[in-house]
Design a protein around this ligand. Structure first.
Ligand SMILES: N[C@@H](CCC(=O)N[C@@H](CS)C(=O)NCC(=O)O)C(=O)O
Length: 232
């Protein structure tokens, strides 16, 4: 059986990481038998990140590579889509994973109210005596990454405006159909829905959390994805 190495559930989500939820959706949709194995520390993993899929041959890092591996085994996550829809789908995935994701990380790690909750949730495996200094240094390196990526150089208002443009694009698809590309979930949903779900699950009412949580179109969509897969 395939084993998906992922971060544990957090804030009511199947996993604290939207990429781990995406990988779980892909596995469910592929029809392959799989099990989860929770990990708190990814440092021994090939990319020092999660998710990672343990296949019969090797440890496969990265949700996109996991997708490719499952497709090579015969899975078709975009069944029935036209080339244009496949192109739109790829663009939505990149928007979610390479833009919205950093807004989420900023909202979680860059907010002084969220941080203590995050620390006690994500680092519960670190002995309490050394948790303070260790997590302080991890946070510092995440914030350095956000600075390098550029997201933290925008003001909160500017960040929200940038998110708003993405949400407008996502909503345009959802006005037309229950899932992004039609009446059933496809690959774009496996990336976009977990990102929105994670944003609305942030355990403090930040402007970003509130923006998603108060949007009926988006929360209904996230709920539909939850119902479609019922991840455990
Ligand atoms: N491109 C990767 C991204 C995975 C990713 O960023 N995982 C984050 C959690 S959401 C992680 O493990 N970060 C740990 C680190 O960077 O130290 C994928 O699609 O799987």
């Amino acid at each position: 059986m395939l084993t998906l190495l992922i971060y544990p559930s957090a804030f009511g989500l199947f996993s604290g990481s939207p990429f781990c939820v995406k990988a779980a959706y892909l596995l469910e949709a592929s029809g392959q038998a799989w099990q989860r194995s929770d990990l708190l520390d990814p440092r021994k993993m090939p990319h020092r990140k999660l998710p990672v899929l343990r296949t019969p041959e090797r440890l496969m890092p990265d949700s996109d590579a996991i997708r490719g591996w499952l497709e090579a085994q015969g899975a078709d996550f975009d069944q029935g889509l036209s080339d244009l829809q496949k192109g739109q789908s790829r663009a939505l995935i990149r928007m979610a994973e390479d833009h919205l994701y950093f807004q989420l990380v900023m909202d979680r790690w860059g907010n002084d109210e969220v941080w203590p909750i995050l620390r006690e949730t994500f680092f519960s495996g670190v002995p309490r005596l050394i948790r303070g200094p260790i997590t302080k240094s991890v946070r510092k390196s995440v914030l350095r990454g956000l600075d390098m990526q550029g997201v933290s150089r925008f003001s909160q208002a500017e960040r929200l405006e940038r998110v708003e443009n993405d949400l407008t694009a996502i909503s345009a698809f959802l006005w037309h159909s229950p899932f992004l590309m039609g009446s059933t979930p496809t690959s774009a949903d496996y990336s976009v829905a977990p990102m929105l779900a994670a944003m609305s699950a942030t355990p403090v009412k930040t402007p970003l959390q509130q923006r998603i949580a108060n949007d009926r179109l988006l929360t209904d969509y996230v709920a539909r994805m939850d119902q479609a897969f019922d991840l455990k």
